[in-house]
Design a protein around this ligand. Structure first.
Ligand SMILES: Nc1ncnc2c1ncn2[C@@H]1O[C@H](COP(=O)(O)OP(=O)(O)OP(=O)(O)O)[C@@H](O)[C@H]1O
Ligand SMILES: Nc1ncnc2c1ncn2[C@@H]1O[C@H](COP(=O)(O)OP(=O)(O)OP(=O)(O)O)[C@@H](O)[C@H]1O
Ligand SMILES: [Mg+2]
Ligand SMILES: [Mg+2]
Lengths: 257, 257
């Protein structure tokens, strides 16, 4: 039975896409069948995996509005052994088009019903907002949300707002919604601020914080320009080592290894 | 007559808030009367200027829905000599509440009518999305938009989408909407990627790119935790020197100095 994790944080640029892609790549290396769902109209996850826009027939937008079954648009990357449901800028239109539909927050969850069995892990990448697309990501997060938190002050500010959105989704749409874990990203040991942020996040989220902390590493920012996850681009870099450790931590705590 | 610049980019974490706040602080140092409008429900600009949430009676949300005139909520910071219209998480509700209102994209522009004369510069900070709040920011951008672009690959991806949104706003809502400038941020000279990005952005936007490039500087990420702009927190840091230079470049090309 596939586990579904959604990467969410309305603060921009905290490492949602980078974490979904690179965790997915290492889960693939450890033999897991992985599907990445790009729920962001920016389509960054789609471009991180070097998907050629010309071959895309459809993707998350078409699946959400029910044009065709989701599996019709999934693309498989044989080198990485992971699949992706690509996004496009059309997806931004879904926020408006779905507003008056019944069950508008559950469109993704329903569209995914037939594919969950085929994968071990489904990772959903959300845009930096708390609109209808992210709500669809939260309702579809069958096994919980992963919250990337950049180790910088402004990223702390949004956590209480994110928490209250999660509470609201729990009370109205999806009572079992849980936090799978909080992932500290872009940790820069040269600044005292980073250590203060880590302590603050641990005080707020306690044992929900993953042991693995992702350091700031230029290689992680370079990898997307080559259309490769860090596992291919710079497998010995500190960023690669961290995402590898994260994938093992998640597999172990999921009871898979 | 006040000049109104809106900081916009749907890509998250590219330096919109950091640029609005620090440019504003240096324009204040050069004797300009500055108002910062925080149009982001994350309220990062509000917290960068150390506004105590307890004293906030209202802000951008109330001004947008027309509860009271905008000037009733403006707070002045005597040390920085700049004013701010604060935001709150309630502002996220405005996206939904305004959807069916006539002229919903012009609410901010109308609310600002009475205050434009009082300031030399009004800087509007937008959230990382292209929804109704950002559209209000675009329609209110009387003197143009400033587009911060992080010197990283994923930030390049969103530029064509931003450009097409600007075209759409021009054709339907605000024909005179122009790009005041593209600001390269978080430039890290240690990576070859950064230089490639700079060349790519200059190829795409030509002479719209500001001469001043903002380098990556840890001090800029630390300043918000002290509630200070960089001009107070670390005035000799490379980040401060860059925002000082940007303010002089803007004043000179605006014909003010
Ligand atoms: N650990 C890291 N070290 C250095 N750079 C990183 C790291 N993680 C991500 N980056 C870079 O930082 C930028 C922001 O990361 P990313 O785009 O993954 O964040 P996001 O939360 O998905 O952004 P958005 O809110 O726009 O969706 C990107 O340019 C990415 O390459
Ligand atoms: N030149 C810089 N050097 C180092 N850090 C920076 C720089 N500019 C901004 N930062 C830091 O990077 C993070 C993102 O910047 P900021 O929040 O200003 O971007 P934003 O575009 O406003 O984000 P959002 O999309 O969430 O509104 C913040 O933690 C900020 O302190
Ligand atoms: Mg992203
Ligand atoms: Mg911001």
């Amino acid at each position: 039975m596939g586990r579904v994790y959604t990467f969410v944080n309305q603060k921009g640029g905290v490492g949602k896409t980078t974490s979904a892609i690179n965790l997915g790549a290492y889960l693939g290396i450890y033999g897991q069948k992985v599907l990445i769902i790009d729920l962001d109209p920016q389509a960054n996850a789609t471009s991180c995996l070097n998907i050629d826009r010309q071959i895309i027939q459809g993707g998350t937008y078409e699946a959400l509005i029910g044009a065709s079954p989701l599996e019709a648009f999934v693309l498989y990357n044989p080198r990485l052994k992971i699949s992706i449901l690509p996004s496009s800028s059309q997806l931004a239109g879904a926020e408006v088009e779905l507003v008056s539909e019944i069950g508008r927050e559950s469109k993704l969850k329903i569209a995914m019903k037939n594919v969950i069995e085929r994968y071990d892990y489904i990772l959903i990448d959300c845009p930096p907002s708390l609109g209808l697309l992210t709500l669809n990501g939260l309702v579809a997060a069958q096994d919980g949300v992963i919250i990337p938190v950049q180790c910088e002050y402004l990223a702390l500010e949004g956590l209480s707002r994110l928490n209250s959105t999660i509470q609201r989704v729990r009370s109205v749409l999806f009572p079992e919604l849980k936090v799978r874990g909080v992932l500290l990203t872009m940790f820069d040991s040269r600044t005292n601020l980073a250590n203060e942020i880590v302590n603050e996040v641990k005080r707020y989220f306690h044992n929900l914080v993953f042991q693995t902390i992702i350091p700031r590493s230029i290689r992680l920012a370079e990898a997307p320009s080559f259309g490769q996850p860090i596992s291919l681009y710079a497998p010995k870099s500190i960023g690669a080592v961290a995402y590898d450790a994260l994938s093992r931590e998640i597999l172990a705590t999921d009871g898979v290894i």
